[in-house]
Design a protein around this ligand. Structure first.
Ligand code: AMP
Ligand code: ZN
Length: 471
């Protein structure tokens, strides 16, 4: 099936054609681990997980690489402000390494709780300093860098295509920032950016490495260019992130990578829109933000949040509120109850052979392939569960098929029901079957009462007794 995606480069929906027949190289900008991920960040990671699942579901072998930024990301996009990790370290009295390790573990916990599929490679910036130095040396050789005031800068005037992703116009850029007092006077062009800080302007920078330009640390953008090329090669298929990365981070990544290699770097740039709150964009720098753990503490299942995110298209802003999350929870619970009912009726997974089942599977796949239209894909799930054209077994099997992309843990609904049967319950159920076979209905009724006291209802069906938890 053809997959179409909105490519920020070109601003249009385009048919996805990978460089290699069956393999997709996919780099996703990962978290900056100076604080917990907020649920806005997690929205972006869920969108990326869906994209990866859609590609995998369509038969591609996806090489997904995600970085962990643990150095060099400053609080200001224009190379101003503090290194985010160093700032938290100073505030808490811990080392930057301790901060990075703590929040990396917290991030991976959220990542798994939301049922996102682990990348093929997690790469930490601090483990790849030599790759970054090599890339800067390559840029230096090509005349794309200069040293000034102790830092190494990328000179955007040496890269005529600068700003093509964000449709930036060089002359406008100069005018826009000319009067900005925060502009670094060491820069030849105000939009030049640091690739290596040789003399930390913050004095207390904790993490530094030797380099040909002196002891220092890398700029944030060089990290992603160097690590993505290391694992995916000098041209690859997809690069993603939130829309805020378009004007600076991704623009600068492209400049570095393409100036170094002299050819096109990434074919599809796909960006996820923001999660908003009443007061605007959710952001870590505003201090107050919502985490997944906070939702869990308030009694929500991580799948409620995943379901909530799936309800909005990745290219539209969605507004978070607890009322909206409650609606998502209610809707997800109805789906789960319906699947439980199917299981309690003894359904098993079957091949999707009938014309009706195939049509629903196709409709679902087409929705996903059409620029990840997950709200439509969810509507197909609802229609399937309500349909009178497919059997219960097919409904269940379709739900599991859809869940390869949705990732809502439908397969665990089955396990949950089955695993709840302890050995004692299993023994009682077997004893009751034997009692009935021996026409000892008194004992069979006693066991039914015992099960009732234990919180279970036994239902006799043509396929045998089925035990379910009392609601
Ligand atoms: P960070 O950890 O700050 O590097 O951000 C991780 C990812 O979250 C990046 O791809 C950002 O573009 C994205 N992001 C930041 N804020 C939001 C938001 N409010 N909604 C959705 N994505 C966001
Ligand atoms: Zn990045």
């Amino acid at each position: 099936m053809k997959i179409s995606l909105y490519n920020t480069m070109g601003r249009s929906i385009q048919e996805f054609k990978p460089i290699n027949d069956n393999q997709v190289g996919f780099y996703a900008c990962g978290p900056t681990v100076y604080n917990y991920a907020h649920i806005g960040n997690l929205r972006t990671f869920i969108f990326e997980d869906i994209l990866k699942r859609v590609l995998t579901h369509s038969g591609y072998d996806v090489k997904h690489v995600m970085n962990i930024t643990d150095v060099g990301h400053l609080t200001g996009d224009g190379d101003d402000g503090d290194d985010k990790l160093t700032k938290t370290a100073k505030e808490t009295g811990k080392s930057a390494m301790e901060i990075a390790n703590f929040y990396t573990i917290a991030f991976k916990k959220d990542f798994n709780a939301l049922n996102m599929i682990e990348p093929y490679v997690w790469c930490k910036a601090t483990d790849h300093i030599s790759d970054m130095i090599k890339l800067i040396q390559r840029l230096e050789k090509g005349g794309h860098t200069y040293q000034s005031g102790g830092n190494v800068y990328f000179s955007i005037d040496t890269f005529p295509d600068y700003g093509k992703l964000a449709s930036l116009k060089m002359d406008d850029l100069k005018v826009a920032v000319r009067d900005d007092v925060s502009v670094d006077l060491n820069k030849k062009n105000p939009k030049d950016f640091v690739v290596w800080f040789t003399k930390s302007k913050f004095g207390e920078q904790q993490m530094m490495w030797d380099s040909p330009w002196g002891r220092g640390y890398p700029g944030w953008h060089i990290e992603c260019s160097a690590m993505s090329m290391k694992y995916l090669g000098e041209s690859f298929d997809i690069h993603t992130g939130g829309v805020d990365a378009i004007p600076v981070h991704h623009t600068n990544e492209i400049a570095q990578a393409e100036a170094a290699t002299n050819h096109k770097w990434v074919n599809y740039w796909i960006h996820g829109e923001f999660l908003l709150t009443d007061s605007g964009k959710m952001s870590k720098s505003k201090g107050e933000f919502l985490t997944l753990q906070l939702l869990i503490d308030r009694g929500y299942d991580p799948m409620d949040y995943r379901f909530f995110v799936l309800g909005g298209h990745y290219r539209t802003q969605i507004k978070f509120s607890f009322e909206n999350l409650d609606i998502a929870r209610k809707n997800r619970n109805s789906i789960v109850s319906r699947i439980k009912e199917l299981l309690e009726n003894g359904v098993v997974k079957v091949e999707l052979d009938s014309i009706e089942a195939k049509a629903l599977a196709l409709e679902f796949d087409e929705s996903c392939a059409s620029n990840l239209n997950m709200p439509k894909a969810l509507a197909v799930l609802w229609n399937t569960l309500k349909s009178d054209k497919v059997t219960d077994r097919e409904k269940y099997s379709l739900a599991l098929y859809f869940d390869q992309v949705l990732g809502l843990r439908f397969d665990e609904i089955q396990k949950e029901t089955k695993e709840k049967l302890s050995d004692d319950l299993e023994d009682l159920l077997v004893e009751r079957i034997q009692a009935k076979q021996n026409r000892n209905f008194g004992r069979a009724d006693e066991i039914r009462d015992e099960l009732d006291k234990l919180g279970y209802v036994v239902k006799d069906t043509t396929k045998g007794p089925i035990l379910s938890k009392k609601m």
